[in-house]
Design a protein around this ligand. Structure first.
Ligand SMILES: Cc1cc2nc3c(=O)[nH]c(=O)nc-3n(C[C@H](O)[C@H](O)[C@H](O)COP(=O)(O)OP(=O)(O)OC[C@H]3O[C@@H](n4cnc5c(N)ncnc54)[C@H](O)[C@@H]3O)c2cc1C
Length: 498
């Protein structure tokens, strides 16, 4: 008889684990709280406009494709992709705009236009960080840390030093580049995983390097195509998904996870995979004190969390010719902006990201119109001095719209908004059970990374596994897909008794 596996949550991590395990002959059932799969990789639609709710930037496309290849199908039949050029446009406070591209002739022209020293520094940065990336990929990201021996051994410790991760991202970049605009160009990306470039470990300078060397991609229909495709494949393989099904508890017997409690009913399985956010799950789903191990409620509260986001989804009844698909707007005072986010103040002068998916796929808005998604990094709720009441949300929206209008020189932008939806940190906490509304999960500080991050195989009880952004290897779709791969490998290893 096929072994039964329950997956709690149909986010990226849950869907990818479910596809992998179902394709290996297990009988997998997903229980998802929301009325649609995808978790933060979700969809907002109205009046003919379509928006991705959360992730928009596709990096490391082969990691996306691997889920489909592993299950024996052709990824091109599920997630057709094309490369985006230019990758993004950067808008600076003085009115300057830089287009960042993987066309190295164009890129070189832009860099040499700033200075030959900076151009040289850029190539040195790429070479050095690429070296570190190969170490990180093979010896840290794609490795599951089960026990101390997997980390505390001479080889891994030697490799740790090769990562040179004790410096901050911004400081590391500054060693290679003198120009402040270029420094920002290569350091704002730590915000993709919700941490400050000034404190975030230097290893995250890998993110812009991955963009530069592997490109940024677009999946036809937007990122939600990926969630849809994984659900489709899972069902084709015979898996079951139950929506509107919020799990209340993981049931343990003799320090073994044996099932879940849902609406007062007990459902049993051989293995449980939890994709619900790790800190939320430890507080709310793992109620048995015997198996909490070091993750007591006090410990969960003391852990460090990534920032949150305020989002605007705007249907614009005209074309925005001034914008590209991905756009980043820098604050006048970037240092203060970052300090505000991580000390609890909603930035008055924020940096933010704007995404216009209709530049790549016109079907995402009515003809001649544009879908505009705006993401502002803001403090997570345990630190935030703001509770996001309606009055504040509307004032903040006005502030951001004024900045965009000025920067893209579109004075009557507000008059062209015919669809609007806003999401605040409260929505992430309440709708998706995101602990503290930290949209990128536990912050990847040095002591919450690699061996020190919660493991994919749970340490304090058997038959329980985790896949998601708060566990190893971390946040962002490619990392969460990797966590699903690792959780799946751990189950297969245990099942074979290895
Ligand atoms: C605004 C935003 C922009 C982002 N941009 C990018 C980007 O451009 N590129 C990128 O790579 N990454 C990006 N990310 C990060 C990326 O979206 C996340 O790392 C990833 O989607 C997280 O997936 P997950 O499976 O860990 O969690 P989630 O998506 O949170 O999934 C967890 C699922 O569990 C469900 N659940 C929770 N509790 C229960 C319960 N008790 N019972 C049943 N179900 C439950 C939830 O409803 C949810 O569906 C972004 C994130 C946000 C929020």
């Amino acid at each position: 008889m096929k072994k039964k596996i329950i997956v709690i949550g149909a986010g990226v991590g849950g869907l990818a684990t479910a596809v992998r395990l179902q394709s290996q002959g297990y009988d997998v059932t997903i229980y998802e709280k929301f009325d649609r799969v995808g978790g933060k990789m979700n969809l907002i639609a109205g009046d003919g406009y379509n928006f991705d709710l959360g992730p928009t930037i596709v990096m490391m496309p082969e990691v996306y494709e691997d889920v489909f290849k592993f299950a024996g199908v052709n990824p091109k039949d599920y997630i057709p992709m094309e490369k985006i050029e230019p990758m993004y446009s950067l808008y600076y406070d003085d009115g300057d705009k830089l287009k960042v591209t993987t066309d190295y002739v164009e890129m070189n022209k832009m860099l040499e236009g700033i200075s030959y020293n900076d151009a040289q520094g850029f190539y040195e940065y790429i070479a050095e960080i690429y070296r570190r990336y190969l170490v990180a990929k093979d010896d840290f990201i794609e490795i599951s840390f089960r026990g101390p021996k997997d980390f505390y051994n001479p080889y891994t410790i030697k490799q740790t030093f090769k990562l040179k991760t004790f410096d901050s991202a911004y400081h590391t970049i500054s060693k290679y580049l003198k120009d402040d605009k270029l420094r920002k160009m290569l350091s704002f990306q730590t915000l993709y995983i919700g941490i400050s470039p000034y404190n975030g470990p230097s290893i995250y300078t890998i993110i812009p390097m991955v963009e530069m060397l592997y490109g940024v991609w677009f999946i036809k229909g937007g990122m939600y195509t990926m969630a849809n495709a994984m659900e489709r494949l899972f069902k084709e393989l015979g898996g079951n998904v139950y929506l509107n099904s919020e799990v209340d508890e993981i049931i343990f017997k003799d320090k073994k996870a044996v099932g879940i409690r849902l609406n007062g009913k007990e459902i049993y399985a051989d293995y449980i995979v939890c994709n619900a956010d790790f800190p939320y799950a430890m507080k709310n789903l793992v109620k048995d004190k015997e198996v909490k191990g070091k993750y007591t409620d006090e410990k969960i509260d003391k852990m460090k969390y990534s920032c949150s986001c305020f989002l605007m989804y705007l249907g614009i009844d005209k074309k925005l010719d001034q914008m590209d698909c991905h756009n980043v707007f820098f604050a006048k005072d970037f240092d203060k902006n970052i300090e505000d986010i991580f000390t609890g103040t909603v930035p008055e002068d924020p940096s933010f990201y704007a995404y216009v998916p209709t530049k790549m796929d016109e079907s995402l808005a009515p003809k001649g119109k544009e879908s505009l998604y705006v993401l502002v990094p803001v403090p997570e709720l345990s630190k935030s001095k703001e509770n996001w009441d309606e009055k504040f949300v509307n004032e903040y929206k006005e502030r951001i719209l004024n900045i965009i209008s000025n920067k893209i020189n579109e004075r009557d932008l507000k008059a062209h908004i015919e669809f609007e939806k806003l999401i605040t940190p409260n929505d992430f906490k309440d709708k998706f059970n995101v602990y503290n509304s930290a949209t990128f999960g536990l912050a990847p500080t040095l002591f919450q990374s690699n061996y020190y991050r919660p493991h994919n195989k749970y340490k304090y009880a058997e038959n329980l596994y985790f896949a998601g952004s708060s566990v190893h290897p971390g946040a962002g779709v490619p990392m969460v897909l990797t966590s699903a791969k690792l959780a799946c490998e751990e189950i297969i290893r245990d099942d074979k008794g290895e």
